[in-house]
Ligand binder design. Structure first.
Ligand code: AKB
Length: 324
């Protein structure tokens, strides 16, 4: 039976992953690990155990693992790409120092460990179209540097100490539940919020900026499925390319207009986010994930847009606009 600790469980991915895991495993076996100032609330707090676990403290991680007899850790603590550029030292402390703490506890206590990587692990010199699984990884951001370091360190611990480390490279994640904070791909979430609220959207990236994106239910399924995959089939571990859709601001805006005819977008470029996005791939090749653990996305831009708009309207109590 799995006993799971999620570190960073009150963040964008963690808050939804914790609830999903509590549906798939006995809820009492899934521990919501949070930091001071980001305590769980509502269903996240009420549906299972919660414990303060600061990833920069190896003792706190070890104590939680001991207390709940943990065998699997999901390490979701990170600063996203744009915010990491303003706090590079903290990004390293959390992204690499925090991962090192998780790896050491996993080595000592025999835990399996999931740590997401990102499309941000690639850089300017990476082939940008259908980026292969194994290719150049020379990222231009501190976020990317922490992700590549994390991939290599996790593979090292698997090889050297037999720690069961696994990972996927997440694209931009889109969800109506918890907002992201400080990422380069955040615009693809914000645009839906503007559309349902009837506001003109100011897009920080220019037309033609293609990036891989994914709807949160697919991303959560990927995180669970890679940890349940048959290890004898895995030729890779840290980290697998996964993909479901790639679009630029013009394409997502046109798609939203099909559902919200009055929707308007204008461009107000953010030079930092634009530079980061330009250094990232336009689209990833996820053949290895498909072959080694049967990865397959369920959502495309159409089905995601329909579901996002429907759920955001419910969230904000907004009626659907009348079609012309
Ligand atoms: C970001 O934009 O920083 C993240 C990511 C793609 O890893 N959403």
């Amino acid at each position: 039976m799995k006993n799971i600790l999620i570190i960073g469980a009150t963040g964008q991915i963690g808050s939804e992953l914790t609830m999903k895991l509590r549906k798939e495993y006995p809820a009492g076996n899934v521990v919501c690990g949070y930091i001071k100032g980001a305590e769980p609330k509502g269903a996240l707090l009420e549906s299972g155990p919660a414990e303060e676990v600061d990833i920069t403290s190896p003792q706190m991680i070890a104590d939680a693992v001991e207390k709940y007899n943990i065998d699997t850790i999901y390490n979701l603590a990170a600063l996203l790409s744009a915010v990491a550029e303003s706090r590079p030292q903290l990004a390293w402390k959390i992204g690499v120092g925090g991962l090192y703490n998780c790896l050491e506890v996993s080595r000592e206590k025999g835990c399996a460990l999931f740590t997401p990587s990102s499309i941000g692990s690639f850089g300017e010199t990476t082939p940008h179209i259908k980026t292969p699984q194994d290719t150049i990884q020379r990222p231009d951001t501190i976020y990317g540097v922490t992700k590549v370091t994390g991939e290599m360190l996790s593979d090292y611990y698997a090889r050297r100490f037999g720690v069961d480390t696994r990972s996927v490279r997440f694209p931009g994640l889109i969800s109506y539940v918890a907002p992201p904070g400080g990422g380069t791909t955040d615009y693809a979430v914000d645009i839906y919020y503007s559309a349902v609220k009837g506001e003109k959207f100011k897009c920080p990236l220019k037309p033609g900026t293609f990036m891989d994106m994914m709807y949160m239910p697919d991303a959560l399924r990927a995180a669970v499925e890679i940890m349940e995959a048959d290890p004898s089939r895995l030729k890779h571990r840290n980290s697998f390319n996964i993909a479901s859709m790639s679009f630029d601001p013009e394409i997502i805006s046109a798609k939203i207009k099909e559902y919200v005819p009055g929707f308007e977008m204008e461009y107000e470029l953010d030079p930092l986010r634009q530079a980061i996005a330009d250094s990232w791939p336009d689209s990833l090749d996820d053949t290895c994930a498909r072959e080694e653990w049967d990865w397959k996305p369920q959502y495309d831009l159409d089905s995601m847009t329909e579901d996002m708009l429907k759920n955001l309207r419910i969230k904000f109590g907004i009626a659907e606009p009348a079609m012309a």
